[in-house]
Design a protein. Structure first.
Length: 465
């Protein structure tokens, strides 16, 4: 555990580096002019003027405001809005079943939410958002993915979070058109995302993603990132932290120092005897420390959302309904990130305090947990009992201390955890976890639909004389 602590500390110290180590700013694209526009294309708005500049066939340059549809030369159904990259592995690619029992759970396509598809043409967004077998990029044929080996899988499953994200984002941004760029690939590790080949960018995941950004005009609103399952299932997940830091630094260097990067914290793993709880904890902890800002500062455009309470279709893949929930949360978080308020996207634990008091003839022991990023409009969703908390030793977390009776919402900013009388026999430093291990049962959400990230906080048990 001490090695993990050192890795996490190093990652936390590099947060400022992530958001400042950039070679150029978004100003590089402020005067960009679109040429060779195609049908269904989303043009990225200039964030200062809320317009996109386009060169017509006659040589004239015009400015188009947010919205559409526009007809430009021979291209129809063109919109001006925000472009978001979908990157990561299979839960970003989308692997949910299209039918939940007898019910089709797919969201309906609609104009104004478009997709730069795997074949690198624009169209109206619909699931599956990724058809990797159609990609001209060699990397998607070099790295295994079941939907490349057998594209007929996409007749049955391939539901993604893309449309849910776009609709959630539109709701909070005056129905702005949204362009999604399909750049995920199933089963990929953080090490594979760190591969680079300047001579043949199409042969690497990162190079192919950057090439697509160039193809859609070189300017984007932000990145949606969902990756980590492969590392958590590996025999050695420790390189994930360093790889993630380096990847984020590369993104802001190659895209923009202020680029919003909105990530999904690892969800659950149901089964898999060879998969260790400690590995799942490590990946989530890295994501929490790297991607969950604590305060106003350099990390105002970098944030994460929870998927730990999302429903699943197999041991590691979210269901269509689970992906819809996570896509909604990404839309909320992306809006905060675009406003330089990423720290407001998700509540986080800031304090856990052990308390004792006499009640009649009994001594009652409790822990009061306090949170930040809640306000008068966003509170905890009412429920009879909060699930997901556990207490473990400071230096050995494999064994849970079975002393929690229940956890209940106390008020807008706090949860009260009630303990058994055995707590009176304990003394010293302990750790309160929310979402420990690969398959916890968690249900704490806000009235705005945001789930509490898996995390931990230390506290002390001391008994008054």
């Amino acid at each position: 555990m001490m090695r993990v602590e050192r890795d996490i500390k190093a990652i936390s110290m590099n947060q400022d580096q992530i958001m400042h180590d950039a070679m150029f700013s978004r100003a590089r694209y402020k005067d960009a002019i679109y040429e060779n526009v195609t049908s269904y294309q989303i043009l990225q708005r200039n964030l200062n003027s809320n317009t996109a500049r386009v060169k017509l066939a006659n040589g004239n340059i015009i400015s188009l405001g947010i919205g559409g549809p526009y007809t430009i030369n021979n291209a129809h159904s063109v919109y001006v809005g925000d472009i978001w990259i979908m990157a990561g592995q299979s839960n970003m690619r989308g692997h949910g079943y299209f039918n939940d029992g007898e019910k089709n759970v797919l969201l309906e396509p609609k104009p104004g939410i478009h997709l730069y598809q795997s074949n690198e043409t624009w169209g109206i967004a619909q699931d599956p958002t990724h058809r990797l077998s159609e990609s001209p990029r060699s990397v998607h044929h070099r790295i295994p993915d079941p939907t490349v080996r057998n594209p007929s899988i996409l007749h049955v499953r391939g539901a993604s979070l893309g449309l849910s994200f776009a609709q959630s984002y539109q709701k909070r941004n005056n129905n702005i058109p949204v362009g999604l760029v399909a750049s995920a690939h199933g089963g990929t590790s953080s090490a594979q995302w760190m591969e680079r080949d300047p001579d043949n960018p199409s042969s690497t995941l990162y190079g192919a993603m950057m090439a697509r950004i160039g193809q859609v005009g070189g300017n984007i609103a932000g990145v949606l990132w969902y990756q980590g399952e492969t590392d958590a299932c590996s025999s050695d997940p420790k390189p994930y932290g360093r790889n993630t830091i380096d990847l984020l630094a590369d993104m802001v260097r190659d895209m923009d120092s202020g680029i919003p990067i909105v990530c999904v914290q690892l969800g659950r793993c149901v089964g898999g005897n060879h998969i260790q709880d400690s590995h799942w904890n490590l990946i989530r902890e890295v994501q929490y420390r790297c991607l969950a800002p604590r305060h106003i500062g350099a990390e105002t455009r970098l944030c994460a959302v929870s998927s730990i309470d999302a429903s699943m279709d197999d041991f590691i893949h979210l269901s269509a309904q689970g992906l819809t929930k996570v896509g909604y949360r990404l839309g909320v978080a992306a809006t905060f990130a675009m406003q330089n308020k990423a720290y407001m996207a998700t509540p986080r634990m800031v304090f856990a305090g052990y308390e004792e008091k006499n009640e009649f003839t009994m001594r009652r022991c409790t822990i009061k947990v306090s949170f930040e990023n809640l306000d008068n409009d966003v509170t905890w969703t009412p429920m009879d009992e909060v699930l997901g908390f556990s207490i473990r030793h400071q230096n050995e977390d494999k064994h849970e201390l079975p002393i929690i009776l229940s956890a209940r919402i106390e008020n807008q900013r706090s949860i009260r955890i009630y303990l058994t009388g055995d707590a009176l026999q304990l003394r010293g430093s302990y750790v309160l976890y929310y979402g420990w291990g690969k398959n916890p049962c968690c249900n704490l959400t806000t009235t705005s639909g945001m789930g509490l990230l898996a995390s931990r906080i230390s506290f002390a048990i001391e008994h008054p004389h």
